[in-house]
Write a protein that binds this ligand. Structure first.
Ligand code: CA
Length: 270
């Protein structure tokens, strides 16, 4: 059980819950940057491979030891993605700095996406003396991005956005299925909730934009229809060569010949 409980529903929630405060999760050396990152790990409900409660591991008693290959995968567990390409760092990632920031390196949270020459970092011990006193409290400070050696990305803070509601023809299926169930309840008043559900779906479907009719060509007229039209002086078929070309354009040469043959029959009183 962690001695601290903080809100980890999002990076911003975590930041808001910890800003200006001091945490000494490992009860050693006061409130260090290591405790800042460890604080997140200690909120996790999972256990380490040896069954002990989750905490951030680090070799050599150094903040940068959290990125050491011997503990990296254990630290990532199932909850974190390992970000080896530091240029991919995103706000909220747990970022690890190497010896460019001193013998122990540094660890904290990216307070902005990767950028150069420096990146805003949210952590403890970013101004205090040996992690002691209020000056060590959680705050933001910029550190050279050249010092970054890697990052852990807490998946829960980087869930992909839910897909937009697709137009769902299955909603009609849902309504039909409910109606079928209702039909199977002879002599029983259906529960209001079910009727309500069906009505909701029907309203939803009624509000849906009707799907546009497929772009279908006008059904083609038959030889007989066209011949009758021309015979009655309907349509815009013209006469002579104009008519011939229009008929060919409309239905092809054979169509034109057939229409002409039919017109000849009509003229002959057939
Ligand atoms: Ca400590």
């Amino acid at each position: 059980m962690s001695k601290y409980t903080v809100n980890i529903s999002s990076y911003d929630a975590f930041r808001k819950d910890t800003f200006g405060k001091l945490f000494d999760t490992d009860n050693a050396y006061g409130s260090q940057c290591f405790d800042a990152a460890d604080l997140l790990w200690r909120q996790l409900k999972t256990t380490q491979p040896d069954g002990s409660p989750r905490r951030l591991r680090a070799t050599g008693g150094a903040a940068m030891g959290a990125w050491d290959v011997s503990v990296r995968a254990t630290n990532a567990g199932t909850e974190f993605d390992i970000i080896a390409d530091v240029t991919k760092i995103k706000r909220g990632d747990v970022i690890v700095f190497g010896t460019k920031l001193g013998a122990y390196g540094h660890i904290g949270f990216a307070d902005e996406d990767y950028k150069t020459p420096a990146i805003s970092t949210y952590s403890q011990n970013q101004g205090g003396t040996n992690g002691v006193g209020q000056a060590a409290a959680f705050t933001v400070r910029s550190y050279t991005s050249a010092g970054l050696i890697g990052a852990f990305r807490f998946k829960a803070w980087n869930a992909p956005p839910p897909p937009p509601n697709p137009p769902s023809p299955s909603r009609m299926d849902d309504a039909l299925e409910m109606l079928k169930q209702l039909a199977k309840m002879p002599n029983t008043a259906p529960p209001d909730s079910t009727i309500g559900d069906v009505l909701e779906i029907l309203k939803e479907l009624a509000g849906m934009k009707p799907s546009p009719a497929p772009n279908q060509p006008e059904p083609k007229k038959t030889v007989e229809q066209v011949a009758q039209e021309i015979w009655r002086g309907q349509g815009d078929w013209g006469t002579g060569e104009v008519r011939k070309q229009k008929l060919i354009a409309y239905g092809g040469e054979q169509f034109q010949k057939d229409v002409q043959a039919r017109l000849n029959q009509l003229a002959a009183g057939k």
